[in-house]
Design a protein around this ligand. Structure first.
Ligand code: DC
Length: 230
């Protein structure tokens, strides 16, 4: 098989399926860049908060107004640096203020259109692992390899709690987190614009019983087999 040149690999899946950290590690192993599309939705949310635009006004914003907030991405060695008004942002994107508002912003058509151009530009040179909710369906429908990650709800809840520093969550904590994640899943899957769904032709990987290294190994092996590399 002739090795594929400059492939684009998409990794979609619901909240807590381990996409972003997995995508970063897979990109690292392959020597590709990682695009964390959720970070862009978070950056646009951060930019709105910084600009002092109240959430009650977000639904009326046009694409031109969102573009004027000046969210940009620049390729780095292994991923993309995100800028808001010329300032690099990273930890700001994980604040509770941003996390509680980003799903609303991500449901609005003008925000999706604004970020579409940035994401496609990031993929222009290929050799990319892009993770999100609509990478294989909307942003990179022509991607060479599409992967859809799933995991049982309670396992995703446990992972999310561990990420937040709860080493040994109680059953009640897991149940409460599972309800919150199920609500986000419903929101992401039922929204009108770019709902979360398994892309046509995507490879399904169930990570419920895989640890992090096993997940990364499975995806790297799949990509190497399908691209004819390795
Ligand atoms: O993966 P994350 O938690 O950083 O995503 C933040 C939010 O953005 C979440 O509500 C889902 C949404 N999102 C999206 O709608 N489309 C993407 N491609 C990536 C994230």
């Amino acid at each position: 098989m002739t090795p594929l040149r400059d492939p684009i690999v998409t990794l979609d899946g619901p909240a807590g399926s381990g996409k972003s950290s997995t995508a970063r590690a897979v990109a690292d192993r392959l020597g590709f860049r990682h695009l964390d599309s959720g970070a862009l939705y978070r950056a646009l949310t951060f930019a709105l908060l910084e600009a002092g635009i109240p959430q009650t006004e977000w639904d009326a914003l046009t694409e031109a107004q969102l573009r004027a907030l000046d969210v940009r991405v620049e390729p780095g060695a292994s991923g993309f640096e995100v800028f808001v008004q010329g300032k690099a942002v990273r930890n700001e994107l994980r604040s509770p203020e941003v996390t509680t508002r980003v799903a609303h912003l991500a449901s609005l058509a003008p925000s999706r259109a604004t970020l579409m151009a940035l994401q496609r530009e990031a993929g222009r040179h290929g050799r990319l692992v892009a993770d999100g909710r609509d990478m294989g369906t909307e942003v990179f429908p022509e991607a060479d390899i599409k992967i859809y990650l799933v995991a049982d709800l309670s396992e995703r809840a446990r992972r999310r709690l561990r990420d937040e520093g709860v080493a040994e969550p109680s059953d009640a904590e897991v149940r409460a987190q599972a309800i919150a994640i199920a609500e986000r899943d419903r929101h992401d899957s039922e929204r009108e614009h770019s709902p979360l769904r398994r892309p046509d032709g995507a490879h399904l990987i169930d990570t419920t019983r895989l640890d992090f290294e096993e997940q990364v190994d499975a995806i790297v092996a799949l990509v190497e087999r399908l691209t004819g590399a390795g």
